[in-house]
Design a protein around this ligand. Structure first.
Ligand SMILES: Nc1ncnc2c1ncn2[C@@H]1O[C@H](COP(=O)(O)OP(=O)(O)OP(=O)(O)O)[C@@H](O)[C@H]1O
Ligand SMILES: [Mg+2]
Length: 360
């Protein structure tokens, strides 16, 4: 798929701006603070229905404005598609897909599929488990609507369950707890099943990509640290185990007044030559590891949906040496790509075939 047009209204520093994209690669240049990342963010939002930079949607509304609008036009195997999003200052949203009002986010998440690489992505390796869960949740949601739905339900039920556990009095509360646990097992098992599948897919291809990026035979591996055993298990088997797990901890949860087990506590470990990348890898190695993960994500998105995702590279190339730049640009040449750079972009141009430059 490819994106052919983007219109921004009151979006961050853009009061009104229309972009048309005609080439395979769009290079966005401009000074620091000019609004390059803002364009990437708008495209990424159309794809994931959330920003990769903020959890507060109204951060994107231009200061002193009441709302902002992102309109995207893109071409998929189904033909021309149009996605319009209006975000109000109070965080409410109105979404239209091909001019029809959309009631549920799951109907539009991933319609436009993107893979985003930005300096912030380093947090996936460097920071806490919530960043890794966000990464996998966004990646899988964009290729699996059912996953996005399961996640929405799961998060809602966990909030309700925690409320219940805070004020747990009386026998009838056990019935409510059981109901919540059943819903968590149903949705949590699907989440675990798909996370496992995604990580298995990553592991299948990431070694090869990392090897080609670095010219080494290094062993790279992503470990899924889940709450239940998922390896080689069906979704039904995971669900049974999940139910038992929640049943076993219920008294502990009542005592602690919070949910102590479940998909909301999963984590992933990134290993280079069997050592944890977070602790042992240099900054450069971590960056290349992540690049390999994101390339692998691109391949998985293509394989799972039959659509080639749009690749968004925000400030990535300037950090890489020339050989790595060449490899990255040739690897992604089969995908529509957006590249931002505050540096002189001239050095990049001989490495790219079909490009246009947007100066802002
Ligand atoms: N809600 C908002 N309303 C108005 N302006 C905003 C809003 N949010 C951010 N901005 C402005 O957007 C600009 C930042 O844009 P952006 O992050 O896209 O810059 P950039 O070109 O990527 O810079 P760099 O090269 O440093 O990465 C800043 O000038 C900031 O003040
Ligand atoms: Mg930027």
């Amino acid at each position: 798929m490819y994106i052919s047009g983007l219109t921004l209204i009151n979006f961050r520093n853009y009061e009104y701006r229309e972009f048309k994209f005609d080439c395979n690669t769009t290079i966005i240049t401009g000074n620091n603070g000019a609004g390059k990342t803002n364009i990437i963010e708008a495209v990424a939002f159309l794809s994931a229905m959330r920003s990769h930079r903020t959890n507060q949607d109204n951060d994107m509304v231009m200061l002193d404005s009441e709302y902002c609008v992102i309109m995207g036009e893109f071409v998929t195997n189904n033909g021309n598609e149009k996605l319009n999003i209006l975000i109000n200052k109070d965080n409410s949203k109105k979404i239209k897909f091909n001019n029809q009002e959309v009631k549920k986010l799951s109907e539009v998440v991933g319609k436009l599929n993107t893979v985003v690489f930005s300096p912030d992505a380093m947090e996936i390796i460097k920071e806490g488990p919530d960043k890794r869960r966000k990464f996998i949740d966004v990646a899988v949601s964009k290729i699996d609507k059912k996953y996005f739905n399961a996640l929405q339900i799961y998060k809602k039920v966990i909030r309700q369950k925690n409320k219940l556990l805070k004020h747990f009095e009386g026998e009838d509360k056990f019935l409510v707890l059981e109901t919540y646990n059943r819903m968590l097992a149903e949705n949590g098992s699907y989440i675990e099943f798909k996370r496992r599948f995604f990580i298995d897919c990553l592991n299948e291809i990431i070694g090869d990509i990392y090897g080609r990026l670095t010219g080494t035979n290094d062993d790279v591996y992503i470990d899924f640290e889940s709450q239940v055993e998922t390896a080689d298990k069906s979704c039904e088997e995971i669900m049974l185990e999940y139910e038992n797990m929640l049943d076993e901890v219920k008294y502990r949860e009542i005592e602690r007044k919070s949910s102590v087990k479940g998909a909301h506590l999963d984590d992933m470990g990134f290993y280079l030559n069997r050592r944890n990348a977070k602790k042992f890898c240099s900054q450069g190695q971590q960056r290349i590891f992540l690049l390999a993960v994101l390339f692998a994500q691109t391949e998985i998105a293509l394989a799972e949906t039959g659509e080639s995702p749009v690749v968004l590279l925000d400030d990535v190339l300037s950090e890489l040496d020339n050989d790595r730049k060449k490899f990255v640009l040739s690897y992604i040449s089969k995908y529509q790509t957006f590249i931002t750079t505050a540096n002189n972009e001239d050095a990049l141009l001989p490495m790219i075939k079909d490009y246009e430059i947007i100066r802002i």
